[in-house]
Design a protein around this ligand. Structure first.
Ligand SMILES: [Zn+2]
Ligand SMILES: [Zn+2]
Length: 416
């Protein structure tokens, strides 16, 4: 027996019905991006490793243990889109052309970690980045955009968690505060977090381990670490969201696992996903452009996970794939049937026929299985008269139709 190959763990094949859902999701997203004025970029799957080390942060979970590195090279499969879009923006000096840019992207992302439920090695993101403005109205737009896409896709049950990390100084202050509080509970944290506490205390708040979640959620974190400027900025954003009729839950321990975030961070969760419950997330990154060697330009963005969305949708929106099926009564009529098939396809009618030599009954059964609404039966008698029998499968009625009238008639029925 020859070996049967299986797909790589943590990757998945999209079946036709899953692909159909995938395309519907991305079509919806593209339509909404257009309405909001975001232009799509298609960027490579490969990037320099250092881009993410510097952009996302050396001690973040992504960079520390999730990068998918090409062996022997300092190249990785991209783990996320934001640092990459900023790389593209800086490489082309886009800030010289205009002081404000809005991009969207849809594509595969990669993580090299051990795969688990809801966490894949290859997954897909829908994302947007707006670079060049620090306006809280833009924060409102980005959040509204991400919610609108999920709504358009049909995700009813979702919750928006929101927090502000403040400016760099506030973030540092918050980080020191966390360090001080957590130091007294150090023995309750996982070994990774005990180490993180020294180098990057905020990352402890991201830890997904049960013991650390318990410690973190019991902390009484307020907004005292925000300076007056960041505080009023955040209040203005919340007011903007109120006006947009977007409901949110303020979540003081929400920090997101990437070092580049400042000010607003948000996460959209769905109860139906369990512990891996985030449908998407985003936030402001006012220092990232500068950290990656560019001028001091603020930005904000988000990404949504398509696989997570598919999990949350549960009900796969299956489409009736084929509208018309051609059935031939004998092998000698195959050529004539094939010709009719091409004629209907030229008129953009979704149709098919059997290529496996099935009996008349077998062909009918197969047509049902394919979800055909109409069946065109070609028999010896009909062929002599240049006619076919056209059967409506739902109404279970049939009529004799001239071959030359068939396409026009089917089109008429499809509209009715
Ligand atoms: Zn501040
Ligand atoms: Zn931990």
């Amino acid at each position: 027996m020859k070996k049967i190959y299986t797909g790589i763990r943590g990757t998945c094949d999209f079946t036709p019905s899953k692909s159909h859902s995938f395309n519907k999701i991305t079509q919806t997203a593209r339509q909404i991006f257009k309405v909001f004025g975001y232009e799509e970029v298609i960027l490579p799957l490969l990037e320099e490793e250092d881009l993410f080390k510097r952009g996302v942060g050396e001690t973040t979970e992504i960079v520390e243990r999730q990068m998918f590195k090409i062996q022997g090279k300092s190249i990785v499969l991209r783990p996320e889109g934001t640092a990459q879009v900023v790389r593209y923006y800086l490489e082309n000096s886009l800030y010289k052309q205009s002081d404000f840019h809005k991009f969207s992207y849809i594509g595969a992302m990669f993580r090299g970690e051990r795969p688990q439920k809801g966490r894949l090695r290859q997954f897909h993101h829908i994302g947007a980045e707006a670079i060049g403005s620090d306006s809280f109205y833009l924060d409102g737009e980005i959040i509204a955009l991400s919610m609108k896409i999920l709504e358009g896709i049909g995700i009813q049950e979702k919750q928006l968690l929101i927090n502000s990390l403040g400016c760099l100084e506030d973030k540092e202050k918050f980080s020191q505060k966390i360090k001080k509080i957590l130091n007294s509970k150090k023995d309750k944290l996982c070994p990774d977090c005990q180490r993180r506490l020294e180098r990057n205390p905020l990352r402890v708040l991201d830890c997904k381990r049960q013991e650390c979640r318990g410690v973190v959620t019991s902390l009484n974190l307020g907004k005292e670490s925000l300076c007056s400027n960041c505080k009023s900025r955040f209040e203005n954003l919340l007011f903007t969201l109120d006006n947009l009729k977007i409901k949110y839950t303020q979540t003081p321990y929400l920090v997101r696992g990437l070092d580049y975030y400042t000010n607003v961070v948000f996460e959209i969760i769905s109860g139906s996903l369990g512990s891996q419950d985030a449908l998407g997330a985003g936030g402001r990154y006012n220092n990232l452009v500068r950290d990656l060697g560019g001028p001091d330009i603020p930005g904000i963005g988000f990404s949504l996970g398509i696989e997570r969305i598919l999990l949350a949708l549960k009900t796969s929106q299956e489409e009736k794939k084929i509208k018309v099926f051609i059935i031939t009564a004998s092998e000698t009529l195959l050529g004539a049937g094939f010709k009719i098939l091409q004629r209907l396809r030229e008129q953009n009618l979704a149709c098919d026929m059997d290529y496996c030599g099935k009996s008349l009954k077998g062909q009918l059964r197969y047509a049902c299985k394919r979800g055909a609404k109409y069946v065109v039966i070609l028999g010896e008698e009909e062929w002599k008269e240049q006619c076919v029998m056209l059967k409506d499968m739902e109404k279970s009625v049939q009529e004799k139709v001239k071959i030359e009238d068939l396409a026009a008639l089917l089109k008429k029925y499809m509209i009715l």
